[in-house]
Ligand binder design. Structure first.
Ligand code: CMC
Length: 430
């Protein structure tokens, strides 16, 4: 490989392939012309070595444990900023000035209500429906209500759709929760900030006043910042792939929510808390560590390991601090699940299996304990992830749609099925 060329040799032929540098991070070998030149495809299931797009939004250095939104470290954004500021940054590339921030907050705030008829969608679901199932359905249904923001070729409509999505997601998530627990829906309140409004819509009831605790609202806001984007993860790639066909943004985000639901992705926070409950006490940890290491047992330590991070997930560190803050604010001195989590982390971080495979706690390891303390049932955990990730999905979708070189995503395959053969009438088949 020279400075900007890689050489591919097959038999007695060789080809030069362009090497493109990123601003930071690994270079990429541009193989877009490979098929035309060689008649071969590349093979990389799970995209372990393949960059699926060019992006200027989020950067992860998995070995160092670094996460940057538009160049800013997640630790600084979580410590000094708020979620809507991170939203602006992800969408537009720069931190807002005071006037830009005020305008953005105003525009998001005044899009929080949803069409009244949307509430009928909720009543069509069984009461015991998983809130993620409700989210997939209702977010997709937004495209049936907001026809004036589904023309993706119009920059104004794209902007309105982006704001609507960020603004309405907390309302839909809170409605999914309220429907799940059998309480009346609570309308958004424009005098509250983004996180406080969400907590209010979830936990207020018409028969008494609900005062939002500012410490808990700050924790909620920080959780939203930590989940806002994570470059080309499975759900973001799903949103991009759905969007590459020209589908409207509401439908694309619904596709992202469906992908996020899986336990290997966003569903891991729910699975991690269930696992901690199942372990139950510190003395049972060795049994579960042994199971996680057993090749014949499908069990994995949920909240451990990451495709990209081969170091401590920087979000997990902030999450752990937030967990302690929330528990202290709520006066929860002894949480048996937190004891199990901290001991499990200690043991795993010193165990050869986890050390060698570079399996560290990820964000989902501690988020479940915090969300449970805030009052959310486990079934809502992934919904909160979806709410926060919506801005990332939208920013990545917008970046793709605005890229003049964008084309429909259409992976190739290594076909290993039957070669062409002739149809046999049923009487001749054995
Ligand atoms: N517990 C025990 N062993 C593990 C674990 C785990 N949590 N994660 C990976 N391994 C082992 C795995 O068995 C494999 O071993 P071997 O090389 O001997 O076959 C090796 O580590 C590599 O695992 P992999 O599945 O090839 O790695 P991956 O990059 O495909 O998977 C992962 C990443 C996140 C899906 C996986 O680590 C996992 O299933 N973790 C538990 C689920 C979880 O916490 N997911 C949340 C991810 S963070 C939130 C988000 O961004 O969505």
């Amino acid at each position: 490989m020279s400075d900007n060329t890689a050489k591919l040799t097959m038999g007695d032929k060789s080809w030069d392939l362009k090497v493109r540098p990123g601003s930071i991070g690994p270079d990429v070998v541009d193989i877009a012309s490979l098929y035309a030149q060689t008649g071969c495809f590349t093979y990389d299931p799970g995209f372990t070595s393949t960059a699926s797009c060019e992006s200027a939004i989020t950067y992860i250095d998995g070995d160092e444990g670094t996460l940057l939104y538009r160049g800013y470290p997640i630790e600084q954004l979580a410590e000094h900023g708020d979620f809507l500021e991170s939203c602006y940054l992800l969408l537009y590339g720069e931190l807002p000035t005071k006037a830009q921030k005020d305008d953005f907050v105003h525009r998001v705030t005044y899009h929080t209500m949803i069409h009244e008829q949307m509430s009928r969608f909720f009543t069509g679901f069984r009461r015991d429906a998983h809130p993620m199932a409700i989210m997939v359905g209702t977010v997709g249904a937004l495209s049936a209500f907001y026809h004036d923001s589904t023309d993706i070729s119009d920059p104004h409509q794209r902007m309105v759709a982006s704001l609507r999505m960020i603004a309405k997601m907390p309302t839909l998530a809170a409605m999914a929760y309220k429907y799940h627990v059998g309480q009346p829906f609570v309308y958004p309140r424009n005098d509250l900030d983004y996180a406080s409004n969400f907590l209010h819509m979830c936990f207020a009831v018409p028969c008494e006043e609900y005062k939002v605790n500012p410490v808990l609202a700050r924790a909620m806001d920080r959780i939203f910042i930590l989940h806002a984007d994570h470059e080309q993860n499975a759900s973001t790639s799903t949103v991009r792939l759905a969007g590459s066909s020209g589908a409207n943004p509401f439908a694309c985000i619904a596709a992202g929510i469906a992908c996020l639901w899986g336990p290997a992705h966003g569903g891991a926070n729910e699975a991690a808390l269930n696992m901690l409950s199942e372990i139950g006490s510190v003395d049972r940890i060795p049994e579960y560590i042994a199971r996680a290491k057993d090749k014949n047992d499908p069990f994995r330590l949920m909240g451990f390991g990451h495709r990209v991070y081969k170091n401590y997930d920087p979000r997990a560190r902030i999450m752990q601090k937030t967990t302690h803050e929330v528990l202290a604010e709520l006066g929860i001195r002894d949480d048996p699940l937190l004891d199990v989590a901290m001991e499990l982390e200690k043991i795993a971080l010193n165990d050869d299996y986890f050390v060698e495979k570079k399996l560290y706690p990820n964000i989902d390891f501690y988020s479940g304990i915090t969300l449970r303390a805030l009052g959310f049932p486990t079934t809502m955990f992934t919904v909160l992830f979806a709410l926060a990730r919506t801005v990332g999905w939208i920013a990545q979708w917008k970046e793709m749609v605005e890229d003049p070189s964008q084309k429909i995503g259409r992976p190739r395959q290594l076909y290993t099925g039957a070669a062409q053969r002739d149809y046999l009438p049923i009487s001749q088949r054995r």
